[in-house]
Write a protein that binds this ligand. Sequence first.
Ligand code: ASP
Ligand code: MG
Length: 424
Amino acid sequence: MRVFKFGGASVKDAKGVKNLASIVAKSEGNLVVVISAMGKMTNAFEFLIKKYFNKDESKWEEFALIKKFHNQILDDLFDNSDEIFNQIDSFYQRIEDRIERVPSLDFDFEYDQLVGYGELLSTNIVSAYLNKTGQKNIWKDIRFSLKTNDKWRDATVDWELSEFLIQKDFSFDEERLYVTQGFLGATVSDLTTTLGREGSDFSAAVLGRILGAERVEIWKDVPGILNADPQYFENPKKINSMSYREAVELTFFGAKVIHPKTIKPLENSNIPLHVRSFLKPEARGTIISDEKTSDKLKKLPVFILKTRQVLITISQPDFSFMDEESMSWVFGIFSDLSMKINLIQQSALNLSVSVDIPEHGVMELIERLSEQFETRYNDGLDLLTIRYYTPEAIEKEVSHRKVYVEQKSRTIARYLVKSKLKKG
Ligand code: ASP
Ligand code: MG
């Protein structure tokens, strides 16, 4: 069996849904189709949730926009007499009931109870459309099968329980085709949880691993994994194949091709991951698999830009060394504030680290660190990573930029550079 994952961009309008249906029609064998919320609907739900949580009555306008968006797609795909209109209405009713209630004090909890309607709506629409056009399928509410802890917005999968339930619920006894939601799970007491933004890739990997898929296919609007993000670099080239290890490193350094958590479950069961284009379904895409089968011969340099970095430089006030004890205290502060460190450089007197600029700025961090150390910072930086670097690659991307920190290993060169992008 296989797992297909379709992201929001692939189902952003009726044309997208029809295209999905034609891709699914060409597939053979047992298939689970995992779908995200349509278009930018997760963002729209986030606006709605914030307003609801802040008791802002303009939440109704946000809700109206969400309904309008889905209704347009429904009108384009179905006849007025189709049953789907009632089903979608009952979802709207549930959302309405929810946002009429007084919210609890836990934003992350409220978030998870609402945001998942994006996926519930999209999968219902796609499932109904497939059925209507002759592709019989079973719609599954993944929350009954994929179980997690109750860490709202970043839930951890309960593998043992999920394995038991998923194998039972996705048995392929009656149909060859299931349609279900990415991004969502639920606690044992059936409260909805989410796996983190863009988490549907990971959902597909979880299903693939538990069902022993022969392959997981992620359908995107790019031809596969590129050696550079077209947003920041000229002439990106497609990579035909890469190893799990390379894929994990790329996502770790900031490449936004697939959700970072996706690779591990697949690597553990040696299931290939195919990243391919829903705009050009016949094209080859990129295959991520074990080292032996990945193409080692031609290693293209890979460029990854992680934007919005701040470099924090910490030193002892009295000219003493930055020893292990001081560093351990410093790292404790980062961990307390849940800040992920992207780069570390140490010298006799200084410790420099680069982190993503937090939503609320760096002042809290600087204040904490200043309790014991002299602390300086530079913002407006980007972290440029070049994998399989060559002198030409460095010349082209780095030579004209102001470099704050440089680190090189045998295969990877990393530079913290002044950003070319506008602040904000
Ligand atoms: N719809 C969710 C999001 O936009 C999950 C996903 O697309 O993977 O983050
Ligand atoms: Mg999405």
